[in-house]
Ligand binder design. Structure first.
Ligand code: NOJ
Length: 545
């Protein structure tokens, strides 16, 4: 039994203030020594997660997959890829995690399937106009010979989201829609069989004890049935944030609510309009959704303050908890991003060779950790964030696997740099990720000996020690539960707020050290204080009685 067992299952709305740790199974821990992380590896490291003090894990897709998009190309939603283990391993992981007080959130991918999924194979083998093809978006091309794609949409990964098929005799045939990679055909959510299949998948994982599901690309499922050209600013968006989605998620909420315990729906909803975003969080829809606005903000006091204010103001009427996210498997790690001149995250702005000051980024990432862990709501941590890992920006080009890189013609560095296998122990790669002598699926840097879990566990000043202490304090502080939040007066360059009468958090983003507000005890700081002065790019947690 881990330390968390007292926390569950009697904590009813556990998800409202949970610390949720994202496991990218390919890169977490390699249990069978083949260089790829797997479920045996996750199971063996559950004591680590319990000691860290997280309430739940969200595990990225573990399904059978050709891995054209890191497992987001699912060939079978009710099984586990042999790379990762077996279905029984997944069931055991869910049970064993719970014995450590850790709930499991399963990643589901409703927008698209793998081109190897039996439905798509059958659709390709069937004729245009056949019922098999109606489960997807097949269309004839435009132009005299159908040689042009059916509309002018753009893929989320760049380029054209249509691929032309060949008829059985080899002549060019219809096109199919894939908002992501060619190997990820989009499902047709106007089709009742697509809907009933996903209801059954939800039940499959809830029946196996999943505490929730993370819904991939949740705002993209429904398309304008005409698949018209995209007239930006004129018509409603033809494939993002369509009204019909809300009815789908209401039906999923009824399923989640029909299970004992609180089973949650977590949406991956990237929308520029925060008000549109919170419509998914109405009481009978999703429980929570990732706060990508927070994740993308620059390390600037006004920008962060504005995001915190708008997040809290928009979530309150919906009755949904805010979430605070700094990193995930799709974005540049904060240690690297915060050390750059432009500290925002923007997919469109990613290029090779952006200079960064990692020491500066690390100071800021440590302060950002204390900021996000002190705000009201749930917090998501991406594996390796608790180790202060930087983005690996010099992976050999021929080892990159991300379709975002591959489809960009080599200009976009892609997302592999945040997916490098974790360093657990020892002075050299593979740092305990795999057995010595095994080469991990992505190479780890030579210089990570000081970043291993082993090295950081022995160092009270390490990032890992900071996260462990912060999560322990967070769990033991009643003021950090619920939604109490109040800004403290003072310098606009300083984010200082109170959570209830006893707890305060101060983050210094101003250009000079600042005097801490009145307090009785300093609970934790991201950098050593200079007397009563909080250094630049540092945060402090304070208690007053
Ligand atoms: C969002 C996931 O987080 C990302 O990794 C994936 O590539 C796309 N959805 C497509 O499934």
């Amino acid at each position: 039994m881990g330390q968390n067992s007292s926390r569950q299952p009697e904590h009813p709305a556990w998800w409202r203030d949970a610390a949720i740790y994202q496991v990218y199974p390919r890169s977490f821990a390699d249990g069978n020594g083949d260089g790829t992380g797997d479920l045996a590896g996750v199971r063996s490291r559950l004591p680590y997660l319990a000691e860290l003090g997280v309430d739940a894990i969200w595990v990225n897709p573990w399904y059978p997959s050709p891995m054209a998009d890191g497992g987001y190309d699912v060939a079978d939603y009710r099984d586990v890829d042999p790379l990762f283990g077996t279905l029984e391993d997944a069931e055991n992981l869910i049970t064993e995690a719970l014995a450590h007080g850790i709930r499991t959130i399963v990643d589901i991918v409703p927008n698209h399937v793998s081109a190897e999924h039996p439905w798509f194979r059958r659709a390709l083998a069937a004729a245009p106009g056949s019922p098999e093809r109606e489960l997807f978006h097949f269309r004839p091309g435009r132009g005299p010979d159908g040689e042009l794609p059916p509309n002018d949409w753009e893929s989320e990964f760049g380029g054209c989201p249509w691929t032309r098929t060949a008829d059985p005799d080899g002549t060019p045939g219809e096109w199919y829609l894939h908002l992501f990679a060619t190997q990820q055909p989009d499902l047709n959510w106007a089709h009742p069989q697509v809907r009933s299949e996903h209801v059954s998948i939800l039940r499959f994982w809830f029946d196996r004890g999943a505490a929730g599901v993370r819904i991939d690309s949740a705002a993209l499922l429904v398309k304008d049935p005409e698949l018209p050209d995209f007239r930006k600013g004129v018509d409603p968006h033809p494939f993002t944030d369509r009204e019909e989605l809300h009815e789908i998620y209401r039906s999923w909420r009824r399923i989640a609510d029909s299970y004992p315990g609180e089973r949650i729906l977590v949406g991956e909803v990237w929308l520029p309009d925060a008000e549109r975003f919170t419509r998914y969080l109405r009481r009978d829809e999703l429980h929570t959704a990732f706060n990508f606005d927070f994740l993308a903000r620059p390390w600037e006091p006004e920008a962060l303050r504005e995001c915190i204010d708008s997040t809290l103001a928009l979530h309150a009427p919906a009755g949904a908890p805010a979430t605070w996210v700094l990193c995930n498997h799709d974005v540049t790690r904060t240690v690297t991003r915060y050390g750059r001149r432009d500290t925002r995250f923007d997919f469109a702005a990613k290029v090779f060779g952006t200079p960064t000051d990692v020491a500066l980024g690390l100071r800021r990432a440590r302060a950002a950790a204390l900021l996000s862990l002190a705000l009201p709501g749930a917090v998501y941590l991406f594996q390796g964030e608790e180790l202060g890992l930087p983005e690996v920006e010099d992976l050999p080009i021929d080892r990159l696997q991300d379709p975002m890189h591959l489809r960009s013609g080599g200009t976009d560095p892609g997302r592999d740099g945040c997916r490098v296998p974790l360093p657990w122990s020892g002075p050299l790669p593979p740092y305990g990720f795999s057995p010595a002598g095994t080469e991990p699926w992505l190479p780890q840097p030579e210089g990570w000996a000081a970043l291993t879990v082993e090295a950081q566990s022995a160092d009270p000043e390490s990032v890992l020690s900071l996260y462990r202490a912060a999560l322990r304090i967070r769990r033991g502080s009643p003021g950090l539960r619920g939604d109490k939040f109040e800004w403290l007066p003072g310098d606009r360059g300083v984010l200082a707020f109170r959570r209830g009468a006893e707890f305060a958090c101060v983050v210094n983003l101003s250009p000079a050290p600042v005097v801490l507000p009145a307090h009785d005890t300093v609970l934790l700081t991201s950098r050593p204080l200079d007397g009563n002065l909080l250094p630049v790019d540092a945060a402090a947690w304070l208690r007053s009685r």
